[in-house]
Write a protein that binds this ligand. Structure first.
Ligand code: ADP
Length: 259
C-alpha cells in the first residue's frame, strides 16, 4: 500500500556507506545470492570499497559462499566488526547463530535484526553495500525499502515465465516504495555442453530481456547455467574471485560496473 511508504527523510543514513544496493528476486533458487556475491566481488575488482549484507535471516548463505567462519567481534560491546574475506566486508545472521539453528522469528524480530546488521555494524567507509535480500516481497524487503536509504535494486530472474511473473511483483513493490530498480539480470540464461559445445536454453531464454524492455527497465546482462558457477560458490571461492579471467567473471564485472 502506498501509505506504507516512509518518506525519504525517515530513512536514516548508514554512516560511512555511500550507496546501498539491494539484490532481489521474486522467488527462491534463481541464483540471487550467487549473483549478489559475484556482483560484490566484481565491484571490488572494479576498484570499489564493498560490503555485503546477507539479509536472508532464515537462510543465510554468505558464510559458505564467502568462506567465512567464526564470530564477529565487538570492541566496545555495542558495534560489531564485520567479517571480511577477499577484500569484502560481510555481515550475516549465519555468523551469529549456529548453522543448524532454525530461525523461527516473526516479522518484527526480523526487522530489528536487519536494522542491527545495518546500523550496529562498523562498516567503515564503503562505496557500496550490497544487500542480498531474501526471496519474495515480504517483511524484509519492505523493511529494507522503507527504512534503508536504498540507492536502488537489482532484480535477478531466470528466463522462465513464472519466475518473471514473480520478478514483476518485486519490481512493482520497489516502485511503490520509490526505490529505483537499476535493472534485471537473467540468470541460468542458457547452458552450453562442456563436451560438445551444444547450447540448450533449459529455462527458455531472453524472457528477462523482453520483460525489461516492456517495462522500460535496464537489462543488465545474462549469466549462463554453468557448473563452474555452482561449484565455485559452494566451495566459497566465487568465480569472479577464483577465475577472474573467465568469461563469466567478465560478465559479472561488466554488470557490476553498470549498477
Ligand atoms: P537464491 O539466492 O536465489 O535462492 P542461490 O544463489 O542460492 O539462489 O542459487 C541456487 C543454486 O543454484 C545454488 O546451488 C547455486 O550454486 C546455483 N546457481 C546459481 N546460479 C547458477 C548458475 N548461473 N549456474 C550454475 N549454478 C547456479
Amino acid at each position: 500500500p502506498k501509505a506504507a511508504a516512509a518518506p525519504a527523510t525517515a530513512k536514516a543514513l548508514v554512516p560511512g556507506v555511500r550507496a546501498i544496493v539491494a539484490v532481489a528476486s521474486g522467488k527462491g533458487g534463481v541464483g540471487k545470492s550467487t549473483t549478489s556475491v559475484n556482483l560484490a566481488l566484481g565491484m571490488k575488482a572494479n576498484g570499489l570499497r564493498v560490503g555485503l549484507l546477507d539479509a536472508d535471516i532464515y537462510g543465510p548463505s554468505m558464510p559458505r559462499m564467502m568462506a567465512i567462519t567464526g564470530k564477529p567481534n565487538s570492541a566496545d560491546g555495542k558495534m560489531l566488526q564485520p567479517m571480511e574475506n577477499y577484500g569484502v566486508k560481510v555481515m550475516s545472521m549465519g555468523f551469529l547463530v549456529a548453522e543448524d539453528t532454525p530461525m523461527i522469528w516473526r516479522g518484527p524480530m526480523v526487522q530489528s535484526a536487519l536494522q542491527q546488521m545495518l546500523r550496529d555494524v562498523a562498516w567503515g567507509e564503503l562505496d557500496v553495500l550490497v544487500v542480498d535480500l531474501p526471496p519474495g516481497t515480504g517483511d524484509a524487503q519492505l523493511t529494507m525499502a522503507q527504512q534503508v536509504p536504498l540507492a536502488g535494486a537489482v532484480i535477478v530472474s531466470t528466463p522462465q515465465d513464472i519466475a518473471l511473473l514473480d520478478a514483476r511483483k518485486g519490481l512493482n513493490m520497489f516502485r511503490r516504495v520509490d526505490v529505483p530498480v537499476l535493472g534485471i539480470v537473467e540468470n541460468m540464461s542458457y547452458f552450453c555442453c562442456p563436451n560438445c559445445g551444444h547450447r540448450t536454453d533449459i529455462f527458455s531464454h531472453g524472457g528477462a530481456k523482453r520483460e525489461a524492455e516492456s517495462l522500460g527497465m535496464e537489462f543488465l546482462g545474462e549469466i549462463p547455467l554453468d557448473i563452474a558457477i555452482r561449484e565455485t560458490s559452494d566451495d566459497g571461492q566465487p568465480i569472479v574471485m577464483s577465475q577472474p579471467d573467465s568469461e563469466h567473471a567478465k560478465v559479472y564485472r561488466r554488470i557490476a560496473a553498470r549498477v
